[in-house]
Every structure is written in structure tokens, then in C-alpha cells.
Design a protein around this ligand. Structure first.
Ligand code: 3H9
Length: 696
């Protein structure tokens, strides 16, 4: 392999360029090339100072994640950085793009740092279940205040050049956009000032006030929710404060190796690569995205307003239709409310905000205003008849080539498309609520949807900064179909003896932010009720149907919005369990002749996971999801499945497919209609294969 690191001499400055596209990851070849280049420059009598920079669009964006899990090859990054720091020739890094992880650690090991104004810095290892393992946990607390170091490392958040300058993380911000020239100019300036080496490791750690570290640790522990890396990072920071540098580095190493060996690390790296893989779908090779700059939205409820906001934030022009002026005004106010929030959070600047409220966003009561839109998305009531009517009208009004999209979360896109004379232009774009916040977007491809339209959907998702997952047509698509199945399994656990509160506790301890019943209360119990009514006529009589959700709805208990659901909600945002709910469930058990038994939290999770993995395997086996990773991304980004567990199918690989299959067979004894193993699950078990083998 050719050397990705090259050196040129500019006067007395040895200029070292790293060239390992796309992100200059510190692969083995980069590490080897860099250490050789630095040592050669140090030995070169014609070089008085060294500049290191990244070729292309960025400095080093971190260690090469693809090498993780393989036997490590010397030179190792921590040793390389120690050696760089220890040479007698002053070293400058010139930073642009994103100096992340191991890249920022290389910068911290250099004697001086200059950055372009657009450069960003971060130690995002925590997002991969890791800690900065090349001296970062020991050097950063010697440069920036302890609280800032902890925040950067435990959240992985990036900072900009100006903040880095104020913190002393960089010494200067350069003018212009030529990082190489900036590095050389700064090196010459340092030479003229007679600057010498300035090892970070020789500096004292930033001061820490009495009790400060404990307070930070308590905050980090609360936010970690099952993730182990943040607290290990705190251990490493404590070592930076209390131990000599060399001992602190050894402690960092030991903690890093612990995390490296943990399942959380492989789960989060699976999540990282899957997020990049999920957008690679066959239609992108054959299809050409259409230009989408003007969008129509039908319906200004929670979903429609959220979708409109998301499109406006992405720079599109939006016309939203409602049935009358009052509803249109209300939708306008909702969207403006969202935009106000975005303005406050710095997601939108004043100029763009003014342009949006000043005309880029319009409401109407007449579909005729959709005549020139590039894409129109319907977000009306979830009823096939209503949707068919809307699509029939849109077909007549929208210009040729306009994309007609539905935000349905369950209904058959092919049946909707059949209402138009252009089924090839019809697609499902299933946003998640609140649509301007949630990152997931299911792109539902109908039988006749053209490749160009699919490619357009993915391009739109990118513009909106959404994670798009391709789904085939089935009831509920990937996400809601799987949700419905594990909800049935958990309702089954309740009928068998658990309480809804037991289920929520078990799920939350497993890592979800909210259990099934809390989520149902938040979303509104009437949504599931309407859906169950829709399905009632086709429900198999062999299904064990739990009635307690419907009973609550019949009492007008729709969840949070009515103050009562599975929980009772107080005006002070309090939430209490309700004996009435437990009595109602007990009555249902009596009526069904079920003698309740003790259900452990472990059994609740086993049921939840077995049902979820089994349905996921059906979704993959039937081709509704392209690959197991598409399911994992959907559940992690739309249904609160903990990222550090890597999604249900990564989880299945981790605990073993045999274990899942055995659980299904155990539960089958109780209800052999519901618990039928997916053919794909049985096939993988028989062949000794994993879901990961199907990810390609
Ligand atoms: C670390 O440094 C550990 C050390 O502390 C200790 C070591 C001892 N390696 O995201 P994009 C690929 S841990 C390998 O689409 P963007 C990526 O998969 C590391 N590959 O671009 C994709 O490939 P493909 C700490 C990597 O412009 C392509 O590059 N660092 C790596 O939207 C483009 O990526 C991090 O965690 C990598 N490190 O965003 C940073 N990074 O084209 C992780 C990217 O085949 N990276 N690739 O799909 C990022 O956050 C973003 O990629 C970045 C660019 C912001 C850099």
C-alpha cells in the first residue's frame, strides 16, 4: 500500500500532509507514515519546525473504526502521540474540517495548534461506547477546564474554532481557507519568536474545586442511562487530576481496553456504520433524484405542521392546505411556534426566519395552490377513504412529474397509488412525531414507485437531515409492524400477571427512555384504538386479544392529553399509578380464566425481545426491510431502542439466535398462535449464521 503521508520542505519548515480519504482516519498506514515522517523531520537538520495537516476536506477524524475488533497493529496511536510530543523539534498542527477523536488527540500531543475558522473539534468516542484512548482523557483536562473536558468527552459534542480559541485548545485562528499555508505562516511566526517545544503532558491539570468532580459525576451518571463509557471517562478524568501523567495514561489504557471488550462498543459501532449503510439502496444506482424545492403539505395537524417545519428548516418553500381558514391559521401558528423554538436554539437564523414567515411558508384552503409544487405530502386522518379522495384530487391538480407522497403509518401505498393515473410517482414518506425533531423517516416503496421517485425521497431525507430507511409495503411497514407485535407480547405479559408498571420498569431498566405504556399514554391511546377498530374485521379469532386498552379508551382515558391513561397525570406534571387500571386488568383475567402468576423483569424483557426479533426476522425474510441493519436503525431511531444495544437484530446476534428461538418455543406453550418462529430465524439457527452475515 502506498504511503498516505508525505513531507515537503518549505524553507525551514517540514510540512507533513496526511492523505487518507475520505476522513483521514488514523489507519495503520497513516500511523506508520506519520511517525516515520515526524521522526525523519526531527532528524533533518534543514527543518527547524514541523507542520502536520490533513489533505482534502479535514484533519484526522479519528482512529480507523474499521480496525476495531481486529488485532491491533503497531505503531499504536497512543505511542505515536507520546513520541511526537517528545521530539525536540517544535510541532504545529494546522486544523480544518473535523479534528475528532484520535485526530484531536494527535493535535493535543502537538506543541502548537492553529485552526481555520470553520474547523470543529470533538472527542466523540463515547458515541462508539469508548473513551479517548490515545491520551485524550489525560491531555484535554490539562488544556481546558475540567467541567468542559468532562462535557466534551461524556457527550461527544463538538465545539467550533472560536470556542476552542477561547478555551486555549487552539492557539490561533487563521485567516482564509488554505490550511497548509496557514500552518506554514504560523510555523514561521513561531520560528521568528524562537518558540520551543511545549508538551501538553508537562502541564498541570486544570484546577478543580472541592466537590466539583463528584457533582459532575452525578450529572453524568444520571444522563448515562445504562451506557458505561461516560462513567469510565469520569474515572479517567479523575486519574488525570490525581495521578502523574504517565500513570494516568496507564489508567486510561486499562479503561479503554475494558470498553473495547464490551458489547456496548460493538453495538455502537454497528449503529455508526449501519447509519451510513442504510441509505445505500438499489434504486439510488438506477434512479435520478428530481429537484424538490417547493413542497405541498395536506393537513396541518401535529404531523403536517411538523413535516412543514422540517421542510422549511431544510430550505424548501412550503404551502400547507387545511380545510378552512381557522384550521389553516392554527397550523400557521403551530409552524411559527416550532420555528420560534428553532430560532432560540440557533437552528435557524433571523434572516431565514423572516424569509419563511414573510412568504416561503404559506397556508391555503384550496388544493389548486398545489399546481406547481415538486412534491406534495398528505398528512390527513388515517383512513383509506379519506386518503384515496385526497390522492384523486392531487392527481388532477399537481403538475406532471410532481411526487405524490403519503405520510400514512399503516395503510397500503399501492391501494392509494391506484387512485391516481401516475402510481409511479406515488411513495410513502412516513415521518415520526414530532416530525421536526425525530430523525427517522421510513421511505415506503410501492409496487409501481419509480426509481427516480425513490432516489428523490432519499435526497429529500438528506436535505432534511433525516435517517431514511427503505421499507416495502405491509401493514405498519417496518417499525409499526414490529411495534404492534411486541406490544401484543407485552400485553400478553400483563394478562399473564405483570402490571403495566412492571412492564415499563423492566423496559426502562433495559435502556429505553420510556416503557410501552408510558409511550402509549404520551402518543394518545385513541390512536391505537382507531387502528385496532380498523383491523377488527380481519382479526384472526385465534388471537389472544387483550381488551384493557380499549376499555380505557371507552372511559375517555386517552393518556396524557386527557390527564388519565395507564397513569394519572397531575397538573404539576406528576404521574401516578392507578389501582383502577389494575382492577380492570384483574377483571379481564378473571373473565378469561387466567390465574395471574409472578412475572420477573427478565421474563418481560425476554418476551419483548423474542417478539421483536421474531417479527423483525419476518420483516427481513419477506423483503420488507432490505437487511437486518435497516430494522436496527428503525428501532433505534424511531422507537427508543437503546443505541448501546445496537438494535434488536444486533442484540439477537449478541445473546445468540438459539436463545431467542428457545424463548419463542417456551412462550409457544402458552400461546401457540402468536409465538410462531420466523422461517429466517430457524434457518439462521440451523446454519449457525447470524443476522450480521446478512448485512453484507
Ligand atoms: C478513536 O479515535 C479512538 C481513539 O481515541 C483511541 C485509539 C487508540 N474510521 O459520516 P460520513 C467513513 S475512535 C473509519 O458519511 P460526513 C464513514 O463510514 C474514532 N471510517 O461523512 C463513511 O464511509 P462510507 C473517533 C470512517 O462528512 C465515510 O467515512 N472519531 C471514520 O457526514 C464518510 O463518513 C469518530 O467517532 C473513522 N473514524 O461526516 C468520528 N469516520 O462512505 C466518526 C468516518 O463507506 N466520524 N468514516 O459510508 C464522523 O463523525 C463523521 O464521519 C465525520 C464526517 C464527521 C468525520
Amino acid at each position: 500500500m502506498s504511503n498516505p503521508v508525505s513531507t515537503t520542505l518549505e524553507g525551514r519548515v517540514a510540512v507533513i500532509e496526511i492523505n487518507n480519504p475520505p476522513v483521514n482516519a488514523a489507519s495503520h498506514a497513516v500511523r506508520e507514515g506519520l511517525i516515520n515522517a515526524v521522526l525523519d523531520a526531527d532528524a533533518n537538520e534543514d527543518a527547524d519546525i514541523i507542520v502536520v495537516y490533513g489533505g482534502g476536506s479535514t484533519f484526522i477524524a479519528g482512529a480507523d473504526i474499521k480496525e476495531f475488533g481486529k488485532p491491533p497493529q503497531a505503531p499504536h496511536l497512543p505511542n505515536l502521540i507520546d513520541e511526537m510530543e517528545g521530539i525536540s523539534t517544535p510541532t504545529v498542527v494546522a486544523l480544518h474540517g473535523t479534528a475528532l477523536g484520535g485526530g484531536l488527540e494527535v493535535a493535543l500531543g502537538s506543541h502548537y495548534r492553529i485552526a481555520l475558522p470553520t474547523a470543529k473539534f470533538g472527542l466523540p468516542e463515547v458515541n462508539l461506547g469508548l473513551l479517548p484512548g490515545a491520551g485524550g482523557t489525560q491531555r484535554l483536562p490539562r488544556v481546558v477546564p475540567i467541567a468542559k473536558a468532562a462535557q466534551m468527552m461524556t457527550t461527544g459534542a463538538m465545539i467550533g474554532a472560536q470556542e476552542a480559541l477561547e478555551l486555549g485548545l487552539v492557539d490561533e485562528i487563521a485567516e482564509g481557507s488554505d490550511v497548509r499555508a496557514a500552518g506554514i505562516a504560523y510555523a514561521n511566526k513561531l520560528l521568528s519568536e524562537g518558540a520551543g517545544v511545549r508538551p501538553t503532558s508537562a502541564r498541570a491539570p486544570s484546577p478543580v474545586a472541592e466537590g466539583e468532580l463528584d457533582a459532575i459525576r452525578a450529572k453524568v451518571s444520571k444522563a448515562a442511562r445504562g451506557l458505561i463509557a461516560p462513567l469510565k471517562i469520569m474515572d479517567a478524568i479523575e486519574a488525570a487530576i490525581t495521578l502523574p501523567f504517565a500513570d494516568g495514561v496507564m489508567r486510561e489504557r486499562a479503561l479503554f481496553m475494558e470498553l473495547m471488550a464490551d458489547d456496548q462498543r460493538s453495538a455502537m459501532i454497528h449503529a455508526f456504520f449501519s447509519e451510513r449503510q442504510v441509505g445505500k439502496v438499489p434504486e439510488l444506482k438506477s434512479g435520478t433524484p428530481r429537484d424538490i424545492s417547493v413542497m405541498g403539505v395536506v393537513g396541518g395537524g401535529t404531523m403536517g405542521a411538523g413535516i412543514a417545519t422540517s421542510a422549511l428548516l431544510a430550505g424548501l418553500e412550503v404551502t400547507l392546505a387545511e380545510r378552512d381558514t381557522d384550521a389553516a391559521d392554527k397550523a400557521f401558528a403551530t409552524v411559527v411556534g416550532h420555528l420560534d423554538g428553532a430560532l432560540k436554539r440557533g437552528k435557524l437564523n433571523q434572516k431565514k426566519y423572516d424569509a419563511i414567515v414573510g412568504g416561503k411558508f404559506r397556508t391555503t384552503t384550496d388544493y389548486a395552490d398545489f399546481a406547481d409544487v415538486d412534491l406534495v405530502i398528505e398528512a390527513v386522518f388515517e383512513s383509506m377513504d379519506v386518503k384515496k379522495d385526497v390522492f384523486g384530487q392531487l392527481d388532477k391538480i399537481c403538475k406532471p412529474g410532481a411526487i405524490l407522497a403519503s405520510n400514512t403509518s399503516y395503510l397500503d401505498i399501492d391501494e392509494i397509488a391506484a387512485m391516481t393515473k401516475r402510481p409511479e410517482d406515488v411513495i410513502g414518506l412516513h415521518f415520526f412525531s414530532p416530525a421536526h425533531m425525530m430523525r427517522l423517516l421510513e421511505i415506503v416503496v410501492g409496487d409501481k414507485t419509480s426509481d427516480d421517485v425513490v432516489a428523490s425521497g432519499f435526497a429529500l431525507a438528506k436535505k432534511m437531515r433525516k435517517i431514511a430507511v427503505r421499507s416495502g409495503v405491509c401493514d405498519g411497514f417496518i417499525g409499526n409492524r414490529i411495534l404492534n407485535t411486541y406490544a401484543k407480547a407485552l400485553n400478553g405479559a400483563v394478562l399473564a400477571g405483570a402490571s403495566p408498571y412492571d412492564v415499563d420498569r423492566a423496559m426502562e431498566n433495559f435502556g429505553l427512555a420510556m416503557g410501552l405504556f408510558r409511550v402509549a399514554d404520551l402518543a394518545g391511546l385513541d390512536i391505537g384504538w382507531a387502528n385496532r377498530k380498523r383491523m377488527a374485521a380481519t382479526r384472526d379469532p385465534r388471537e389472544q386479544y387483550s381488551e384493557f386498552h380499549d376499555k380505557l379508551c371507552e372511559l375517555g382515558r386517552f393518556g396524557r392529553k386527557t390527564g388519565r391513561g395507564f397513569y394519572i397525570y397531575g397538573a404539576d406534571r406528576s404521574e401516578t399509578k392507578d389501582q383502577e387500571v389494575l382492577d380492570m386488568i384483574a377483571a379481564e383475567r378473571d373473565a378469561k380464566g387466567i390465574a395471574p402468576r409472578e412475572i420477573s423483569d427478565q421474563e418481560i424483557i425476554d418476551r419483548y425481545m423474542a417478539a421483536m426479533v421474531n417479527e423483525s426476522a419476518k420483516v427481513v425474510g419477506e423483503g420488507v426491510a432490505l437487511r437486518p441493519l435497516d430494522v436496527d436503525i428503525t428501532l433505534m431511531n424511531g422507537y427508543g431502542f437503546p443505541r448501546w444495544r445496537g438494535g434488536p437484530l444486533h442484540y439477537a446476534d449478541t445473546v445468540g439466535i438459539e436463545k431467542i428461538l428457545n424463548d419463542i418455543k417456551t412462550f409457544q406453550k402458552e400461546d401457540d398462535f402468536f409465538w410462531q418462529p420466523a422461517p429466517l430465524l430457524e434457518k439462521l439457527a440451523a446454519e449457525g449464521k447470524t443476522f450480521s452475515d446478512l448485512n453484507g
